[in-house]
Design a protein around this ligand. Structure first.
Ligand code: GUN
Length: 298
């Protein structure tokens, strides 16, 4: 079973991005990413710290804007507005999930589409859906980067995507079916009939359902390539810290049938962050007057 290391792939892509960032700096522009987070959720704090750290590694500037849990919707939107109009900020994201009293569904519409490096704004999501993207959403772009750079055959293959979230399942299913990628895609969710039968036909399985170790070996076709998007903390008294990190796939079990698998941690996560940096560099270029995307086929 081959390990598709996202960590190693990220090192490679980040080295390429560092060159691009250095070239922009020579032109007087330091690509800058602003990350808003609200409240004290520990996992959110870790994700943001990883993004800020990775940005620094490739020579980007970043701002970690930490707002209190008591922040109101209008205060949050005012902060977004302020960063939208700051010419020194090229990429702007708001780390999800937000505390329950805030409306995270409407927030992407508030972000300037030219700074929307998560690709959550309906305009950018629509451009992506039509195959003429301005930005690509980070986790789906990371998954495709892993498949292509590890030379996993994708064109004409049957990919089964588990989960239909707007962040991962739905956009990755769309992108995999686009011209140039050319997979045949099944998008499964909790109400899918015969999901087990479909999964056993998958040449490539993308698990993004948010259930720890849900995918077992007997759900896989022999020789399948498995992309595990989940990240969960599960109790483990044998560990000093009392928990371990796992994905949506029971990897110890699935290893007996899969030909290749992304590990958790060190799989999709690091490449997702790398794609965010790539989008931030693209956003900086656009804001310097470069092409704005949206009119060339993906
Ligand atoms: N929460 C989980 N994934 C993401 C992501 O890709 N972007 C943001 N902003 N929040 C997230």
């Amino acid at each position: 079973m081959k390990i598709l290391s996202g960590k190693e792939l990220s090192e490679l892509i980040q080295a390429e991005l560092a060159g691009e960032a250095a070239a922009l700096k020579k032109l007087g522009c330091t690509p800058t990413l602003a990350v808003i987070r609200v409240g004290e959720d520990e996992a959110t704090g870790i994700y943001v710290r990883n993004k800020v750290r990775a940005a620094a590694k490739v020579g980007l500037h970043s701002e970690d804007i930490h707002l209190p849990a008591s922040t109101s919707q209008s205060e949050l939107e005012a902060k977004v507005e302020c960063l939208n109009s700051d010419p020194a900020v090229h990429g702007l994201i708001c780390q999800l999930p937000l505390p329950g009293h805030l409306n995270e569904k409407r927030l992407p519409e508030r972000i300037d589409p030219l700074k929307d490096v998560d690709c959550f704004h309906p305009l950018n999501f629509g451009l992506m859906a039509m195959g003429t993207p301005r930005f690509l959403p980070c986790t789906p772009a990371g998954i495709i980067e892993i498949l292509l750079r590890y030379e996993v055959p994708v064109a004409g293959q049957h990919v089964v995507v588990l989960g239909r979230s707007n962040i991962v399942g739905r956009p990755v299913a769309m992108m995999l079916g686009h011209k140039g990628i050319d997979a045949t895609v099944s998008l499964c969710h909790s109400r899918s009939k015969d999901a087990a039968q479909l999964m056993r036909q998958a040449d490539i399985l993308v698990a993004a359902i948010g259930q720890p170790e849900w995918v077992k070996a007997d759900m896989l076709k022999e020789g399948a390539v498995v992309i595990d998007v989940g990240v969960h903390q599960v109790p483990d008294p044998s560990r000093k810290r009392g928990y371990r990190i796992c994905g949506d796939v029971d990897q110890a079990d699935a290893a007996s049938r899969a030909a290749a698998m992304t590990p958790v941690p060190g799989g999709v996560g690091p490449v997702t962050i790398t794609m965010l940096l790539k989008n931030t560099i693209a956003a900086a270029r656009m804001q310097m007057g470069g092409p704005q995307g949206g009119d060339t086929p993906a």
